[in-house]
Design a protein around this ligand. Structure first.
Ligand code: UDP
Length: 330
């Protein structure tokens, strides 16, 4: 393993952040998790030190960067629920936009000029064409997506004004769990489709509510592009390698290019368990676009990234142990 620098991972105790810390560690980096632990789990920080702090606090960011000699930041810390953002927009602006300001101020004060941002397909809103390319106009339809778009713009503006270089990674739907069982998805409250559907399947949660069956899609339910969190984590390592070897700033989609509907997830879980999944059909959820599917070509061209474990069967297999009555892994 080659020696690589320490990097600050904001939100390193969260779902995607903790998986990325593992991938960074396995690739020779020292991941320093920086997390206020409001939604993250201290016991998910296993691959480097944990600094308890808030990204809105520029002084705390600067101090953490300097204390650990970090040369770059991977910025995951954010509120990330579409539905909640519609109900609590100010919390999203405060945390996500305020967090980006505090982070960049802390970076500037510490002289750190490489940033990888968790951005989102939610920045595209309802795309004019599918699959979505990076040059698709970004017109978000919910506060969450809007705050991520502001973060991207802030990075672009700061990069134009200073020596900053960045990678904005527009995730599609992160799902699954570390294949070894070391890390998983633990949100409280849980709002995401795959965890809720698995809980319904295993009797550890109520019947799954399907949010809308009248979308203009083949089976009437929303279509998303689900990407395994271990694939996402690997993409972050590639983006960081790219920036640290002098690569230019970039914005890329991280997805598979395959659209999967809510009903397809239900059928895949039924095939896995051999049981019918308890389901109730309800109205649409505010803020949900009908269909979001990535064109993954740019991430491959610029970073050499391709998903390798994001087929829905693998995602469900790796996620499942975390939602069984007695967790069998980790
Ligand atoms: N969804 C659903 N029932 C749920 C949770 C989600 O039907 O209990 C749908 C939701 O409307 C969306 C898709 O599943 O079309 C994925 O939602 P999720 O919250 O997992 O991710 P998002 O796309 O909001 O980031």
């Amino acid at each position: 393993m080659t020696t690589k620098p320490a990097v600050l991972v904001t939100g390193g105790a969260g779902f995607i952040g903790s998986h990325t810390c593992k991938a960074l560690f396995e690739n020779g980096y020292t991941p320093v998790a920086f997390d206020n632990l409001t939604t993250g789990h201290a016991d998910a920080v296993r691959y480097g030190p944990l600094v308890k702090g808030d990204v809105r606090d520029a002084d705390a960011v600067q101090a953490a960067l300097q204390a650990h000699g970090a040369q770059a930041v991977l910025h995951f810390a954010a509120r990330a629920y579409v539905g909640e953002s519609v109900r609590m927009p100010l919390a999203y602006h405060d945390n996500n936009v305020g967090g980006m300001i505090g982070l960049l101020q802390g970076c500037a004060a510490a002289g750190v000029e490489r940033v990888v941002l968790s951005s989102s397909c939610a920045t595209y809103g309802v795309p004019a064409t599918l699959p979505i390319r990076e040059d698709c106009p970004q017109n978000p339809i919910n506060p969450y997506g809007y705050t991520k778009l502001v973060c991207e713009r802030m990075l672009a503006e700061q990069a134009a004004a200073t020596g900053l270089r960045y990678a904005a990674l527009r995730y599609f739907n992160a799902a699954g769990a570390d294949p070894s069982g070391a890390l998983g998805e633990r949100h409280d409250p849980e709002t995401h489709l795959i965890p809720l559907a698995l809980q319904a399947a295993f009797g550890t949660g109520p019947a799954l509510s399907v949010f809308g069956t009248d979308y203009p899609t083949e089976d009437g339910t929303c279509i998303r592009d689900y990407i395994h969190v271990a694939d996402l984590a690997r993409a972050h390592v590639l983006a960081l390698d790219h920036l640290l070897r002098g690569g230019a700033s970039l914005c890329v989609n991280l997805g598979t290019g395959q659209g999967v509907s809510v009903r397809m997830i239900i059928r895949a879980i039924e095939a896995m368990t051999g049981q019918p999944l308890p389901v109730v059909y309800g109205p649409r959820r505010a803020g949900d676009p009908p269909s979001l599917v990535a064109d993954p070509a740019q991430a491959h061209a610029l970073l050499g990234f391709r998903t390798s474990q994001s087929d829905i069967t693998t995602i469900l297999r790796d996620a499942a142990p975390w939602f069984r009555p007695v967790r069998q892994a980790g």
